[in-house]
Each structure stands twice: as structure tokens, then as C-alpha cells.
Design a binder for this molecule. Sequence first.
Ligand SMILES: [Zn+2]
Length: 242
Amino acid sequence: MIFLIYNNSYPSGGRMVNLSSSIGNDQQLRSAIDPRPTLITAASHFYQLGWMVGTAGNLSAKQPDGSFWITASGCHKGQLGSKDFIRIAADGRVVEKPSPESRPSAETSIHQSIYSLFPDAKACYHVHTIEANLVSGFTKEDTLPLPPLEMLKGFGVREENPQITVPVFVNHLDVSRISSEICDRFQAAPPSVNVLLIRNHGITVWASSTERAQIYLELADYIFRYMVAARQIELSTTSIKN
Ligand SMILES: [Zn+2]
């Protein structure tokens, strides 16, 4: 009997799979690397942080066949179950939904765009944080300059005094328009860090694993909180001077 322990990019932990019964069985192999437990844990954590309140946000993870599991529309992100996900093919078709009433989020097209643009992306996380919305208003341009903080190293930025910007997109009511603008812009020039903002809406990150996507969200949140705090100090200093 052959056993294999999967313990790679999915922090749900090692899972022992009996290969003698699963070889050639695509369904079992897929379930052996099912990212849904990881996404449930991450969503619950983000909900506790206030990043996915009111059913907001969506998390996804790509499967080896190019499809991806994504949180279904309208689900409470603090109480997700495995039925609250939909599996979407690379071309956008719904290929699996454990609950007949489940609907894909309108923002699924953004995840689809990210996976098509960046083949190495294995996870895409989109949440609504207060600081992401505040900093998106710090510029009228379509890029937001970030302060040269040490935390940027977490994104792989290895420069002294780095001048990094984050792309900012318009929050069109028609989400497919946002996806299409993301595709157009990133095909012309990919961003220097795996982060994008939709103005007055939220933040999206993508990464080579679910763990790294969570780290990117945490890093971006730290930087955005720093920017908001720095702006508050500037404002209070200005008001004292006046
Ligand atoms: Zn959103």
C-alpha cells in the first residue's frame, strides 16, 4: 500500500492519501488537495479582523487543472462551509457547485483575470478593509505611491529606499469592466507588487500559495494602516501650526 503526505502550499495540513486506491481517480486526487478548508479558515480569520464583514470579499485558490475554488456570493464569511464554494474553470464556466442555490460572486471575473494574467498565481484574496478604502482616496491618479517601509521586503522588493506604487482601479458598477481594465493594464505593464486597489471598494492580492496570499494581505494592511496614521499626524501637526 502506498501513502503520500500532501503538505505543500495548503496550510490545512498534511493529508494522508492512499495512492493505491486513488491513482487514476481524479475526484479523489482533487479532494486530496482541496483548498476549501484553508479558505474557510482564512475567511474566518479575515472576518474577525473586520475585513470580510457583511458577506463582503471573496477568496479563491487554483487547482492543478487550472480551475479554481472561490467563495460563493452572499455567504457569511465567518461561518463558511465546504458547500459555500463554487469551482470555476479557467474559461469562467461553473464546473462544480456543492449547493444548487450557490451563485458565483460578480467579482469572480477579477479572480479569473488574475489567474489568466499570472500563471504562477495559486491563490487570489479580495477583502474590504477600511484602510484600503482610505488610502485609495490619497491619490486622484491611477497609482498610489507607497512609503519605503521595511515591510515591502515581504513582497520581494530588495531595494534601498524603494519607490513602489500600487495600481488603483475605478470601482465600476459593472465588475466585468474592472476585470477588463485590470487585464488591459497588467498586460501592458505588470505591477511591481502583487497588489491592486479598487477605489473605495477593497484590496486584491495574488500569490503562489494561500499562505503567501495571506501574508501579502497582512503586509499591505500594515502599510495602509501606517499611511493612514501618518496622514493623521500630518493633519494634527498642520492644525496645531495653524
Ligand atoms: Zn469586493
